[in-house]
Design a protein around this ligand. Structure first.
Ligand SMILES: Nc1ncnc2c1ncn2[C@@H]1O[C@H](COP(=O)(O)OP(=O)(O)OP(=O)(O)O)[C@@H](O)[C@H]1O
Length: 185
């Protein structure tokens, strides 16, 4: 049985996935506070309606707990070293590009572990790929796709070789231009 707080977060995302709204959510909570439990609930429900959900995680262990989870680097072909100019290695017309045009929900766990440039590259990639399919939502983050990131900023942050505290904070997702669109839940 889900708690009231879990139901509220689940209902909020489901309303957006089922409606025409776009949404970018961040599920924030400490370890063991049911983030994966909610992701699995959401992905099972959305998939049961014949819709497409991509579930990924930043680290090698978390995808094992997600239903059909994959490592984000493998799923999106993210380069190992990313910077502000990075994009994903996905070609127009490829099978992955066609899949990305059709997705209804992206769930990405352990998001604080990766550099914000990984998410900004996803944003650029979706804008680029979906531009060829539709001109709707061109101003919205992730081209209007429903994206749920999640994780705990008190756990592992991006690793910056010989980086200072400021460099690490600057590399996290909440320093990104995308963060102003995020609905934290
Ligand atoms: N409403 C619920 N009913 C039954 N079990 C629950 C419920 N909510 C959470 N749990 C259980 O609590 C445990 C911790 O939940 P979960 O793994 O989703 O946490 P998490 O926030 O993803 O943890 P971490 O940050 O360490 O990955 C799991 O075993 C999960 O099945």
């Amino acid at each position: 049985m889900v708690t009231m707080e879990q139901k509220k977060a689940y209902d909020r995302v489901m309303r957006v996935v089922n409606g025409s709204e776009e949404g970018f959510f961040f599920r924030y909570g400490h370890g063991g506070c049911s983030k994966i439990f909610i992701y699995n609930l959401m992905s099972a429900k959305v998939r049961s309606r014949g819709k497409i959900v991509l579930t990924v995680a930043s680290s090698g262990i978390a995808p094992l707990l997600l239903i059909n989870g994959r490592i984000a680097h493998s799923r999106f072909k993210i380069l190992i070293t990313v910077d502000e100019y990075s994009t994903y290695n996905i070609r127009q017309g490829s099978l992955l590009a066609k899949l990305l045009i059709k997705i209804d929900l992206i769930i990405w766990d352990e998001a604080p572990m990766l550099s914000r440039y990984c998410y900004e590259a996803l944003d650029i990639c979706l804008r680029d790929i979906i531009t060829h399919a539709s001109i709707a939502n061109c101003e919205r983050p992730f081209r209007g796709n429903v994206v749920v990131l999640g994780g705990d900023f008190r756990q592992i942050l991006p690793i910056i070789t010989r980086g200072s505290r400021q460099d690490i904070v600057h590399a996290t997702i909440n320093s990104s231009y995308l963060w102003e669109f995020a609905e934290v839940m």
